[in-house]
Write a protein that binds this ligand. Structure first.
Ligand SMILES: NC(=O)c1ccc[n+]([C@@H]2O[C@H](COP(=O)([O-])OP(=O)(O)OC[C@H]3O[C@@H](n4cnc5c(N)ncnc54)[C@H](OP(=O)(O)O)[C@@H]3O)[C@@H](O)[C@H]2O)c1
Length: 268
């Protein structure tokens, strides 16, 4: 049998962190070596699996971590710490943290010259396919108005969601433009008539919505609606674990879920 992959989870006390911990217990591909939380965490020092006699404990001490792969679902600070660890120890990094600024994005890109990095705004395979379909539809219907609507639970901190931005980015790219040029994030008061070619975003927040994304392509007398609804957040954890198992041992580089899907499609 091949050796299991030593895995550290950053943001382990969070919603996705918990889903990861639940799944990884049963996953023979991995050995869970660390469950990282913030230095101010109320979980620090607590047992990760209290029902086990010698359970791993939540920690904020990266200095004690010895991992092949880090999966990070925390926030910008947690991601920065995970990235620093991976660079120093040549570990692979899988991160789903969203709402990161341009400087951290640039740091991630730079790091991918030295270690394997996979940053995805959404680890669901359904969303990966939605992104492809939207790119195709946006290119085939270049004059139709494009709007992206997303809904998430009331505790989500960033908006629009990283997934909505990734969808918008795919559509913009397929039309030969960028979100920096054509996105419209706010409409209020009298914004005037819709600018042709713009890509509009609308955000809903409330309750326990796991994640819903709809792209509307609006023509004259007809429309196309492409939607994805996540009903269980374990899909993100499952996707992240699949990705981590695939990324471990890869050469340095910036990888995407599309790379994994394509490689699987080729049967390699
Ligand atoms: N890509 C995807 O598929 C996907 C899906 C869902 C969510 N997300 C993103 O993933 C991130 C986490 O989402 P979530 O819903 O799990 O949020 P969450 O429930 O708020 O969990 C985040 C956890 O990170 C921990 N944390 C904060 N700072 C940290 C640090 N410096 N080091 C280590 N841990 C730290 C916090 O725990 P303590 O306070 O205990 O430290 C918190 O429990 C968000 O950016 C979210 O948008 C991505």
């Amino acid at each position: 049998m091949t050796q299991s992959i030593r895995l550290a989870i950053s943001g382990a006390s969070g919603r996705i962190g918990h889903a990861l911990l639940t799944l990884v217990r049963e996953d023979k591909r991995f050995e869970l070596v660390s469950a990282l939380v913030s230095s101010s965490s109320t979980h620090s020092g607590a047992a990760v699996f209290p029902e086990l006699p010698a359970s791993l404990r939540y920690t904020h001490a990266w200095s004690a971590v010895a991992a092949d792969v880090v999966i990070d679902f925390s926030g910008p600070d947690g991601l920065t710490a995970a990235l620093d660890y991976c660079l120093t120890h040549h570990a692979a990094l899988v991160t789903g943290t969203t709402g990161i600024d341009a400087a951290l994005q640039a740091k991630l890109s730079e790091a991918s010259q030295h270690i394997p990095v996979l940053h995805a705004a959404n680890f669901s395979l359904g969303v990966a396919v939605l992104k492809r379909l939207l790119g195709e539809a946006a290119a085939a219907l270049p004059d139709w108005d494009l709007e992206i609507i997303e809904a998430h639970h009331s505790r989500k901190e960033d908006a629009p969601s990283g997934t909505a931005l990734a969808l918008g980015d795919a559509a913009a790219g397929a039309r030969g433009t960028t979100l920096a040029k054509d996105a419209v994030y706010v409409r209020e008061g009298r914004p005037g008539a819709r600018r042709s070619g713009s890509i509009g975003f609308a955000v809903v927040r409330g309750g326990d919505v796991v994640g819903e994304h709809t792209a509307l392509l609006l023509g004259q007398g007809e429309r196309v609606e492409l939607s994805h609804r996540a009903t269980d957040r374990s899909i993100f954890a499952r996707g992240a674990l699949e990705t981590a198992a695939w990324l471990a041992g890869k050469k340095p580089g910036a990888y995407s879920i599309d790379d994994l899907l394509q490689e699987r499609g080729r049967g390699t």
